[in-house]
Design a protein around this ligand. Sequence first.
Ligand SMILES: Cc1ncc(COP(=O)(O)O)c(C=O)c1O
Length: 508
Amino acid sequence: MDTIILADWLSARLDRSATEPMYRQVLELMQQAILTGQLAPGTKLPSSRTLATDLGIARNTVLHVYDQLTAEGYVTSTTGSGTYVADTAPRDGVAGKKARAEETKAPCTISRRGERLIAQAGVSPKQWGAFMPGVPDVAEFPARTWSRLQARLWKRASPELLTYAPGGGYRPLRRALSDYLRVARSVKCHPDQIIITTGIHQSIDLAMRLLTDFGDRAWVEEPCYWGVRSVLQSSGLTLVPIPVDDEGLNPAARDMAEPPRIALVTPSHQYPLGMVMSLARRRALLEFARQHKVWIIEDDYDSEFRYGSRPLSSLQGLDDAGQVIYVGSLGKMLYPGLRMGYMVVPDNLVDSFRTGVAELYREGQLMQQAVLTEFILDGHLTSHVRRMRGLYGERRELLINAIRARFGDSLPVRGDEAGLHFVLDLPDFADDRTIAATALSAGVVTRPLDNYYLNRLAARKGLMLGYACVPNDQIAPQFARLAGVVEQALSSVTSKPAVTPIESAMTK
Ligand SMILES: Cc1ncc(COP(=O)(O)O)c(C=O)c1O
C-alpha cells in the first residue's frame, strides 16, 4: 500500500459518527495494516500534516498516533528523514517458515488435561434461584453490619492491611477461626495451624501441589463434588472412585490393597448423597491412613446447617496421627462471592503450607479478613448462622411437603438432615440429565446425580435440589414447574407397556 492509498484506505474505514475517538480508530487501523503486512516494512508514512489534511482530521491527532506507533515499535522515526514502518515480522529460524506453516494447518489448542477439564466441567451459568444447590440466601446477608465494620476499618486502614497477606493470612482471624472450629466442629487446632485461602477449591489445590506428585492415586467418594474432582484431575492425579453406602466411604479389599496417596472425604454430610460417615468407618479410615501414610482431606463444606441435631464432630478431631487436613468454607455461612475458606493442617506441615500459599497465589484480602474477624468476634457469625439455620429448616420442610403432596412416597428424598440441598430420588429408568436440562429451559435449576459420578454407568438417578436460596413463597410454585417436567419425562418412557413408568415409580 503506498502512502496515497493509506489515506484512502483509512478514510474508507473510519466511522466519523462513532463514539470511539478518532485517535483510537486511526491508531488501531494503522496497527492492523502493519501487522497484516498491508503496510510493508520500510514503507514511508506520509507526514502528519499531509495525512491530517487528507483525512480531514486535526494534525495533533495524527501526531499522537505516530507517537504511539513509535512507542510501541510499529514505526521508527528520525528527525528530518520521516517515519517508516518498522520490520517486526518474525524471522525464519526456530519459529520459522515450517513452524508457521504447521500453525496455519492446526491452530494452537488447549492441552489434554485442559480438554478434559472443560469436557467434564459442571459449573452452571445460573448461580441463584430455585433450586440451585449449595447456594445460601445471600439476600439475607447482614450487609449493613458488614459495611459498618468495613467502614470502621477503612478509616484506620494500616499499611499492613493493604499489602499481600503473610503466608497463612491475618493472624487475628486465624485465632478467631481456631476458637470457632474447636467449639463448633471439635477440630483440634491452634491458630498457627490455620491457613486462610480463597475457599475449599484453593485449599485442595494447594494440598495437592504440596502433598502429591503427578500420577499419584487419589481416592474420591463415588459420587463426589465435580469441582473438587476437577481440581484433583488437573493436578495430574489418578482418581480412584470408592463407593459410599449408608455409613459413608466403603472401600473394597482390592482398593485397600493399593493404598492411595490421598483420600478425599465429606464425613459430616456426604456430597451429594448426604449420609454421615459412621464412627466405625471413621476409625477404620484413620487407622488405614496411619498405617499406609495416606493423607485424608476432610471437606467440611456445609455442616453448620444440621436440622434436628447439633452439628457433628469432625473426623479431624479423632485423628491422633496428624494425617487429616481439614478444609472449610465461609461461602455457605456468609456468601459464596466472598471467596474465603480455611484449612487446618497438621503441625509438621504448617511452614510448608504457609510458604506454599504465599508462593503460589500471593494471597491478599487482608482488609476483608479483618472485617470478618470483627464480624466473628462481635458474635455476628454465630447469630447469622443460627438465624439462617432456622430459615433454611423452614424452606427444607416446605419443599419436602410440596414433594410429598405431589408424589407421595413414590419419589423419596435423601440426605435432608443437613446442608442446603437434598436429593430427590428418581427411578432407575429415568434420564436425570435430560430432566435437569428440560427443567432448566423451564427456568428451574437442578443438578442430575449423574454429574457427580466418575463411572456414569453406576450412577443412581436423582436430582439435587437446593432450597436455601428460594424465598418461602416461591418453593411450592417453583416445585410445581419442576414436578410437571419430572412427570412428563417419567410418563413418556414406554419401556414397560403393562404398567406405565410413572405408575411403577409411584407404587415402589
Ligand atoms: C462438597 C463441596 N466442597 C467444596 C465446595 C466449594 O467450596 P468453596 O466455594 O469454598 O471453594 C462445594 C461447593 O458447593 C461443595 O459442594
